[in-house]
Structure formats: structure tokens, C-alpha cells
Design a protein around this ligand. Structure first.
Ligand code: NAP
Length: 434
């Protein structure tokens, strides 16, 4: 232990799933952490809404307080684990203004107000750390910010929402319907009572913005990140994907395209042999393609109290070491300032499922709809009609396209839907990683 260095004061805002684990480890591993840092960490207060509430990990009563304002201005390091926008944002700004380094796991706040918070930190030479904000326990912020800082990232494909991966995985491996899989996820605590943030893709949208910002050194407006959730995905689509050698995943996709970037979240067909196809249950994974490093995959638990606390503790140790050693801390930059590519120009591939009239000439007509929009067909498979007993004279076609601009593919789908020989466009999913 470095001698003569004063103890560092740590305030924790929130003591729920993640916060109670963080406080527990700060208290029980004080000596070991002190050895790693070169100074001991004194927890000076843990702000909550209700001090009498039972907690996952017992917190000494004298540390619990409802006076969050008071603890943020009396600490060297403030750990924000409350979630939500306010009062988290005001408390972080107050902590930074008073010179404290801040650690947060709050992706919603960073995605909405990141630039303001980073500016406030830069003004006073304080640091804002957020390893736990994307993919829980998985180290991905540091690798993008530090380890790959000398490389050029071309593309990130991320499974960054455990709830949706759990649901899609149950549909794929056990043949459960979307409703049944969501009910299982809720029962097991993987889905919130209101699952909109997860199944609607909003949570992944916030994480995509944070990843793209780091990867491309460019400020990303979360509202410009394209978002589609998984609510429209049917078991038939999952089965069709399986038959064609794919699995459907909700992907956060961050891509360099020409002189711009594309950032989007949508359900995506991933080939079974791609490493992301092997990500099961509620796990997360981030697949990074970089100029020099090639392909890298970061895999592990995307949530959970002890798991997320691991990432938060890593940030606390980094911040504390900086206090002890002095000098600048982590550095990020948005100097590249790359423009967002028009979503219609983003090259992608589609799998399109159609119910068509089972008559001569129909295939030729369908092929012409594709070629008229400048889209080339890679494979076309005809499946048995879904309801042969009804004798409805329909056949199911599953078509995989070659890469084409998003706008041309969307136009093709609109033309197919309007065609007299098409009874229904029963599924459209984009394909990546092939
Ligand atoms: P949580 O279980 O809901 O805990 C929130 C804590 O903040 C509670 O202790 C609550 O106090 C306190 N709090 C909320 N509003 C407050 C206010 N206005 N004043 C004082 N205290 C307040 O949340 P969590 O799951 O630990 O998540 C914390 C953060 O980590 C969020 O930003 C979340 O997105 C992020 N995160 C969570 C996970 C995960 O697995 N849970 C994974 C990655 C990132 P009471 O206990 O008194 O109600």
C-alpha cells in the first residue's frame, strides 16, 4: 500500500439489484481493494428512497440515507446506480462540479444526455466511467475506448439485450410462441412487468448509440438510431430461419459505410455458423470487426446484480487509481464527427416470406418485381402450404436476396404486397453476418 495517501470517499446512489452488491463488495473487500488501489475506500453514504426497505445485501443502517444531495458533494468518487433520468442527472452534474469522478451504469441517461455530462466532466478535469452501461459484466467499453484506440473499427454486431435473446432463443430451441416465451421470461425475472423497453428495442437502441460513439469517435444522437423490436417476429419466421440455416437475433448494428456511419437495431437472421448464433439464453455478446485486429467477440452475462457490480467495481478501482496516481484519466473523443448515412442507402439483405397463388407464371411475375426494383434474388424456396387442409390454392415462398440498398428492398416488399398474385407478405427479416 502506498503510504501517506489519504483514504478516498465513495458515495453510492442507489442500493437495488446492482447497488447493494457494489456496496457489499466495497465493505467486505475493503482491504484487498485498498491493496490494488494504493488507498482505502471509505463508503461515506448510500442514497436510497426508503431506508427501511429490505435489500439483497445487508447495508449498515448508518450508511443509508435519503439525502442524496448531501452525499454527492462530500465524496471523491460517486457511483450512480439509481437509474432513470432525474434525479440521477442533476446528482451526477453536482458530483462532477464538485470534482468527484463519477461511475454510472445508466445507459438511458448517457444515451439521452451523454454529451452534456461528458462536457461537465471535462470542464473540471473529472472523469465519467460507464463500463456497466452496455452488456453488464462484459468488458466492452474499455476495449473499444482503450485497447482498440489505435485500430479502425468497421462494424459491431451486438446482442446487447438479454431479455430479447432469451425469448428468441426459447422460440428457436423449444418452439415456444412469442407470447409463451415472454411469459417464461417474466416468470424467471428476465423480463420486467412492462417489457416494452426490451421487446421494443429501446434498451438496445441506447446501447447501440453508446457503442457507435466509442467505435467511430462520433457523437451519436440516440433518436437517429434506427429501431425495430421483436414484437412482430412469429414462430413461423423462426422456423423458416432454422430451415434455411439461420437463427433470428435482435442485433445492435454499428457500421462504417463510406464516409459515414449507420447505427440501427432490428431482428436479424444470423447464419448458424456465426459466433453470435451460439449466444443462448439471456447472455450478451458483442462481435467487433476491426481493420487490424480482425474479428473479436466479447461474450458473457449482460445483467444481474453481482455480474454488473463486477464492471462497476472495475470502474471504481480505475477511478481510485487515478486519484492516487494523479494525471488524466480515460479519454474519449468525438473528433471524427462522421455523418449518419441515409437509412435508405444502407446495404442489407432480406429474407422475405410470401403467401402466393399456386399458379403457372407466378414465379416469373415475382422475379420481375425484384428485378424491377434492382434487387437480385439469391435463393427462392417453395414450401408446403401452411393450411393444406383448407385447399386455399396458396403456396409459401421464402426468398433470400443479395445485398441491396434498404430503400430498394423496402420498395420491393411494398410492390409485392400490392401484387395481385401475392396474398400476404408474411415475414421480412434482414440478414447479417453471412
Ligand atoms: P434498482 O434495483 O431499481 O435499484 C435502484 C435503486 O436506486 C434503489 O435502491 C432505489 O431506492 C434507488 N433510487 C431510485 N430512485 C431514487 C431517488 N429518487 N432517490 C434516492 N434513491 C433512489 O435498479 P438496478 O437494477 O440496480 O439498476 C441500477 C442501474 O444499473 C440502472 O441504471 C440500470 O439500467 C443499470 N443496470 C442494471 C443492470 C441489472 O442487471 N439490474 C445491468 C446493467 C445496468 P429504494 O431501494 O429505496 O427504492
Amino acid at each position: 500500500m502506498r503510504q501517506n495517501y489519504r483514504n478516498l470517499k465513495v458515495a453510492v446512489l442507489g442500493s437495488g439489484t446492482v447497488g447493494s452488491e457494489v456496496v457489499h463488495r466495497l465493505l467486505t473487500e475493503r482491504e484487498e481493494l485498498g491493496q490494488r488501489i494504493g488507498a482505502e475506500l471509505d463508503v461515506v453514504g448510500v442514497a436510497v428512497r426508503d431506508t427501511s426497505k429490505p435489500r439483497n445485501q445487508a447495508i449498515p443502517a448508518e450508511l443509508l440515507t435519503t439525502e442524496a444531495d448531501a452525499v454527492v458533494t462530500s465524496a471523491d468518487i460517486v457511483v450512480e446506480l439509481m437509474g432513470g433520468i432525474e434525479p440521477a442527472k442533476s446528482l451526477i452534474l453536482r458530483a462532477l462540479e464538485s470534482g468527484a469522478d463519477v461511475i454510472t451504469a445508466n445507459k438511458a441517461l448517457l444515451a439521452a444526455h451523454g454529451p452534456e455530462l461528458f462536457d461537465a466532466a471535462a470542464k473540471v478535469g473529472a472523469q465519467l466511467y460507464y463500463e456497466a452501461a452496455v452488456a453488464g459484466a462484459i468488458p466492452i467499453i474499455r476495449p473499444l475506448r482503450d485497447s482498440l484506440a489505435g485500430d479502425e473499427v468497421h462494424r459491431i454486431l451486438g446482442i446487447v439485450n438479454g431479455t430479447t435473446n432469451f425469448i428468441l432463443d426459447l422460440m428457436d430451441t423449444e418452439g415456444q410462441s412469442m407470447e409463451a416465451a415472454l411469459a417464461t421470461a417474466t416468470e424467471l425475472g428476465y423480463a420486467e412487468a412492462d417489457p416494452t423497453a426490451d421487446v421494443g428495442g429501446y434498451d438496445a437502441q441506447q446501447k447501440a448509440a453508446l457503442l457507435a460513439q466509442l467505435a467511430f469517435h462520433t457523437a451519436i444522437d440516440v433518436d437517429e438510431v434506427g429501431r425495430e423490436g421483436i414484437t412482430e417476429i412469429t414462430l413461423d419466421q423462426v422456423r423458416a430461419a432454422r430451415e434455411a440455416g439461420y437463427v433470428i437475433k435482435l442485433l445492435a448494428i454499428c457500421e462504417r459505410i463510406g464516409e459515414g456511419v449507420s447505427v440501427r437495431v432490428h431482428p436479424t437472421l444470423v447464419p448458424r455458423e456465426h459466433p453470435l448464433a451460439a449466444v443462448h439464453g439471456a447472455n450478451n455478446a458483442v462481435f467487433v470487426e476491426a481493420q487490424g485486429a480482425g474479428s473479436l467477440m466479447f461474450y458473457g452475462a449482460g445483467a444481474g446484480g453481482p455480474e454488473t457490480a463486477s464492471a462497476v467495481l472495475g470502474d471504481i478501482v480505475s477511478a481510485a487509481r487515478r486519484h492516487v496516481a494523479g494525471g488524466p484519466g480515460v479519454a474519449e473523443s468525438t473528433h471524427a464527427d462522421l455523418p449518419m448515412v441515409d437509412p435508405g442507402l444502407v446495404p442489407t439483405r432480406y429474407q422475405i416470406a410470401l403467401e402466393v397463388r399456386d399458379e403457372p407464371g407466378v414465379l416469373a411475375h415475382i422475379a420481375s418485381v425484384f428485378s424491377d426494383a434492382g434487387v437480385s434474388v439469391e435463393t427462392l424456396n417453395q414450401h408446403a402450404p401452411p393450411h393444406p387442409e383448407q385447399g386455399d390454392g396458396l403456396a409459401t415462398l421464402v426468398i433470400h436476396t443479395h445485398q441491396a440498398p434498404e430503400a430498394n428492398l423496402a420498395q420491393t416488399v411494398a410492390n409485392l404486397a400490392a401484387s395481385e398474385v401475392v396474398s400476404e407478405v408474411s415475414g421480412v427479416v434482414r440478414v447479417e453476418g453471412a
